[in-house]
Write a protein that binds this ligand. Structure first.
Ligand code: GLN
Length: 205
């Protein structure tokens, strides 16, 4: 398995380290050609406006959309914003996931915090009741999800912080900044699930 990490800006190295710990080959993606042959892609946290501007400048917007149609893609924090259809302000977005996000949703006082989340879907990769320790850094909230979107985690007040739509995954927080590899393993499982779909698409083209 070969997973790309969009490496325009943000904490792409941390994602690579976790993937490599899991025995997965990784590649930094900066140009459209770097997507070739990858099985999935992670868009890291950072600053979503900067990531969008750089992706536009490097001619990556359409190649990323085309890749995402047939491959699993996961956005963490800024990456989740970049994957969304609506960030409530003008900025380049891939516009793929049917979610509306509110950037920097936690205000000044609690720009960064850590909290234990219950994420039932992670039991698909490990049978444990252990909560997921989630790191939020100037994080967005997922304000609205479309009918095809599955909510994977909420805060205790009900605000959505992780969601999945088919082979696309969005988390408001940063699993790459913890030692817990469950979210990465969950994503790798999604990558494996989408592979037959990918082959079908190639066959019917
Ligand atoms: N605040 C950033 C944004 O709106 C996201 C922060 C992050 O990725 N940790 O793009």
């Amino acid at each position: 398995m070969h997973i790309g990490v969009l490496a325009l800006q943000g904490d792409f190295i941390e994602h690579q380290h976790i993937l490599e710990r899991l025995g997965v080959q990784t590649r930094q993606v900066r140009l459209p050609a770097h997507l070739e042959g990858l099985d999935g892609l992670i868009i890291p946290g950072g600053e979503s406006t900067t990531i969008g501007k750089l992706a536009t400048d490097f001619g990556l917007m359409e190649p990323l959309r085309a890749f995402a149609r047939s491959h699993a893609v996961w956005g963490t924090c800024a990456g989740a914003i970049f994957l969304s259809k609506d960030a409530r302000r003008p900025q380049p977005l891939l516009g793929l996931m049917d979610i509306e996000v509110q950037r920097n949703a936690f205000g000044r006082q609690v720009e960064s915090f850590e909290i234990d989340l219950d994420v039932p879907a992670l039991r698909q990769v490990e049978e444990t009741a252990r909560p997921f320790h989630a790191v939020f850094i100037r994080a967005p909230i997922i304000e609205r999800v479309g009918a095809e979107v599955e909510i994977l985690a909420t805060l205790s007040d009900g605000r959505i912080v992780a969601a999945r739509q088919g082979h696309w995954l969005a988390t408001s927080f940063h699993p790459e900044l913890t030692d817990d590899t469950r979210f990465h393993r969950f994503f790798l499982k999604m990558v494996q699930e989408v592979t037959p779909l990918h082959q079908d698409a190639a066959v019917s083209r």
